[in-house]
Design a protein around this ligand. Structure first.
Ligand SMILES: [Cu+2]
Length: 332
């Protein structure tokens, strides 16, 4: 056996359980509770829908650059209704960018000019594209004051300054509909590469977008409940690039670069590889000045991390989500 694989596995089911939701722990600051021993939680979906697991990890398709000029990235993104198959035999209506969720991966280089023609084809809803964390002018950042009506388009254009390399993402930000449009599928990764990358190219650059899916037995996504509105929406399945517990094979004895994106609405992800050392090399703000070795990492919603993982031995390595109590608010 000369290949080594990892499974991105395990829903931290305690986060979705009624008992956890009934707790009132306002004194615990989210993000501060790194001390307690985590454990591997099995998946226990509340719905009857079964998702296939163990499929080969889908690489996010790149958004093609249609410009043929240096330092210019020009492309089209359309927000639209689409149909996907998460569970065997069930079609799920979603919203997707260019028909897919997560949306296509945007990859540019610092210093590039970016022009994205955005078309809103969501029936009867305004939308925008917000460039999360990116240094873009206020009139280009897709804020709720700048809605794009259904059936219309607008071009977002901005220049990414030197020093802006990092892991960002894009998502809608219309008034009153942001969370819903995101959980229905509208979110994508936006990577700004440095001109001179200190990380060796042979480590690759694999983007893992974690989303949180709630699926009814008929394959549809249920609307938000009152608890969702209070606590944020937590689903039944953590997906990685739209798949449940996908597998990736890499040659052992190699190092790989990953970008983790927490694109869930309200789930804190504590992630750990069993048996493969992790080194944090970057955060929301781009590369760190010095790498930090870590046994596990915590990603709050919307947060990103860049990591190097060292696959030293043959065999299977599992990426687990560990128990994390973020402190729930509720009536119990
Ligand atoms: Cu955002």
């Amino acid at each position: 056996m000369d290949r080594r694989s990892f499974l991105a596995a395990g829903v931290a089911t305690v986060l979705a359980s009624p008992r956890a939701i009934a707790q009132m722990k306002m004194d615990e600051m989210p993000g501060m509770d790194m001390g307690h021993a985590g454990h591997d939680m099995g998946a226990a979906p509340k719905s009857a829908a079964m998702l296939p697991e163990g499929q080969a990890l889908r690489e996010l398709p790149l958004l093609a650059n249609e410009a043929n000029a240096p330092r210019l990235f020009r492309a089209n993104l359309t927000a639209e209704a689409a149909m996907v198959r998460f569970a065997d035999g069930l079609d799920t209506p979603i919203l997707g960018y260019n028909g897919m969720s997560p949306g296509p991966l945007i990859e540019v280089t610092e210093g590039d000019r970016v022009e994205i023609v955005f078309t809103n084809q969501i029936p009867e809803e305004t939308s925008t594209i917000h460039w999360h964390g990116m240094p873009v002018p206020a009139d280009q950042d897709g804020n709720p004051m700048d809605p794009v009506a259904t059936g219309t388009e607008r071009t977002y254009s901005f220049e990414l300054p030197e020093g802006s390399a990092g892991s960002y993402w894009y998502h809608p930000h219309p008034h009153g509909k942001t969370a819903e449009q995101v959980y229905r599928g509208l979110a994508g990764a936006f990577v700004v590469k440095p001109k001179a990358d200190p990380i060796p190219a042979e480590y690759g650059d694999t983007v893992l977008v974690f989303t949180d899916l709630r699926l009814a037995a008929d394959g549809t996504m249920p609307d938000n409940t009152m608890v969702d509105l209070m606590n944020g929406r937590v689903g039944d399945h953590v997906l990685v690039n739209g798949q449940k517990n996908p597998a990736l094979s890499v040659p052992f004895g190699t190092k790989r670069r990953f970008r983790f994106y927490n694109a869930t609405n309200a789930r804190f992800l504590r992630l750990s590889f069993d048996g493969a050392p992790m080194t944090i090399i970057g955060t929301d703000g781009g590369l760190l000045e010095a790498p930090v070795a870590a046994n596990d990492v915590l990603l709050s919603p919307a947060e990103r991390l860049e990591l190097i993982v060292s696959f030293e031995k043959p065999g299977t390595v599992t990426l687990n989500t560990l128990d994390y109590d973020r402190g729930w608010m509720g009536a119990g």
